[in-house]
Design a binder for this molecule. Structure first.
Ligand code: SAM
Ligand code: SF4
Length: 482
């Protein structure tokens, strides 16, 4: 199928409205420039996952188009925007902590506007707390109306002094083609879908991001073509559960293609050299996808496959819809058909009712799966999720002990896995000058780990072959291969 055969879902009307608001916003920014005697500066801070990072690029794109300069320094900014996360409580607490500091900045810069958006703002209790304890915040909006950012900014300038809050409960809209300011010239995330229908019992995402909505293949491929034309080499396809892509399209709709088919199409875009995806759900990981990865070397040799727990009863209570054996069988199949693929995972410790023996099951899966890396999280009780009202919450000291036991095995397993790369020649996308030693460059291997090697800045954004000489667990040293 050609990109032209797919239908765009976007008639462009809302895009045109928002572009007109960006124009209007330019006027407010220009007035501000006259008052300041310089370009106003905007600082966008992202909390949380790759989806938020991508949203922040869109928000910054609008601000820059309207005339703001970008700054990384909050103390220097005339607009500070926090794009928040609420997956775990510590993310919420970090936002509250930093808001306390912003109050001081507001006093020294009367022009400063503080804007909050993202998942936390979809929680009524958070918005109420901000309204009462941090009343200096100028604008609050949620995840569903993020495409209205320019419109909301205009309202903020028009109603100066009256804090604006606009949080929607749902949307079925996907608005395409608004400006984006990418953080990296050579790689980019591309949303393929928004929201989640899985309702894992610990997780707040379905409540703050809404139901699954897939973008049309045509819009996705057009975006990838534009990115490639702009010098992007690596694309990461983003969604909360990428392998349920297209499930929301009706039968008979030509857009209804599988995720496996979609990723294959994306790799055909001229100029794109590597395609990643994040995150697949183990319950939906098809044989078709494994075969497509096996036959397509442009698809990165990395699969992030969240386990969450290795105990079948805990998995049932988490509503994950797979058992310990299902997971192990899937890993086995992947390891057999894709021997060069790195597998990483997410694990939660301390889910209600979890015993030491249950964690032993998780440790068993870590050992048998030989994960290349694992992100381990302590269970965080999220108000409104089913697990928050489970009565058998686990005491903190038990969680801590289990967490430390698991972490040790995760680290040992990862280190062992990394040794297999020693002596190998790997394709590396060069990302930046090494943070600690400017004679070294840092690049990303197909398996998603970093490698440092001698080289010049002219290599940034290029694919080079690097021979791995030293393994340090989560990173490597190497040298350019002849
Ligand atoms: N949709 C993806 C998935 O299913 O893996 C990503 C969801 S979430 C943003 C990323 C990770 O956060 C999850 O895989 C899970 O391990 C962790 N997480 C989600 N809710 C959590 C909670 N209440 N407490 C601790 N960790 C949590
Ligand atoms: Fe949360 Fe589960 Fe959806 Fe991932 S699949 S976002 S963990 S509900």
């Amino acid at each position: 199928m050609n990109p032209g055969d797919y239908q765009s879902h976007n008639d462009g009307e809302e895009t045109r409205r928002q572009l007109a608001y960006i124009d209007r916003l330019t006027g407010y920014v220009s007035t501000l420039r006259d008052e300041l005697g310089r370009n106003p500066r905007a600082c966008v801070v992202t909390f949380g996952c790759q989806m938020n990072a991508r949203d922040s690029e869109k928000l910054l794109g609008i601000l820059i188009t309207a005339g703001y300069d970008e700054t990384d320094e909050e103390s220097d900014a005339d607009l500070i925007l926090y794009n928040t996360c609420s997956v775990r409580d510590n993310a919420n607490q970090r936002v509250y902590g930093r808001l306390g500091v912003l109050k001081g900045y507001k006093k020294s810069n009367p022009h400063l506007k503080v804007v909050l958006c993202g998942c936390m703002m979809q929680e009524e209790a958070c918005v109420n707390k901000i309204r009462t304890s941090y009343s200096f915040v100028d604008l609050i909006f949620g995840t569903h109306n993020i495409f209205k950012f320019a419109e909301l900014m205009c309202e903020m300038f028009e109603n100066s002094g009256h804090p604006g809050t606009q949080v929607w409960n749902e949307t079925d809209q996907i608005v395409e083609e608004l400006p984006v300011r990418r953080k990296y010239s050579y790689k980019s995330g591309v949303n393929i879908m928004f929201g989640c229908n899985n309702f894992c019992t610990y997780c707040i995402v379905p409540y703050v991001r809404g139901r699954e909505r897939s973008r049309s293949p045509k819009d996705i491929i057009r975006e990838c073509e534009k990115l490639a034309a702009d010098g992007v080499k690596e694309i990461m396809l983003l969604g909360q559960n990428v392998n349920s892509y297209g499930n929301d399209f009706e039968e008979g709709n030509p857009d209804k293609i599988s995720f496996a088919k979609l990723i294959d199409e994306v790799t055909k875009v001229e100029g794109i050299e590597r395609v990643r995806f994040m995150t697949p759900h183990p319950k939906d990981f098809s044989d078709e996808l494994i075969d497509v990865i096996a036959n397509n070397k442009k698809i990165a040799r990395h699969i992030h496959l969240p386990l969450q727990s290795g105990n079948t009863e805990i998995l049932r209570r988490m509503n994950r819809k797979y058992t310990k054996d299902d997971f192990l069988n899937l890993v086995n199949k992947i390891r057999t058909k894709l021997p060069d693929v790195a597998i990483t995972t997410d694990i939660i410790v301390g889910f209600p009712g979890e015993t030491k023996e249950d964690v032993d099951d998780t440790i068993d899966v870590v050992r048998k799966s030989a994960f290349d890396n694992a992100f381990t999280f302590i269970y965080s009780k999220r108000t409104g999720t089913p697990a928050a009202s489970f009565e058998d919450q686990v005491p903190e000291d038990v969680v801590k002990e289990n967490f430390d036991r698991l972490l040790k095995v995760v680290q040992d397993t990862a280190k062992e896995q990394s040794l297999k790369y020693k002596g190998q020649v790997q394709e590396v996308l060069v990302e930046n000058v090494n943070d600690h030693d400017d004679s070294l460059m840092t690049g990303r291997m197909s398996n998603n780990t970093l490698v440092h090697f001698p080289g010049g800045e002219d290599l940034i954004g290029k694919m080079v072959k690097v021979k791995i000489t030293e393994c340090h667990g989560f990173y490597f040293f190497g040298e350019i291969a002849e």
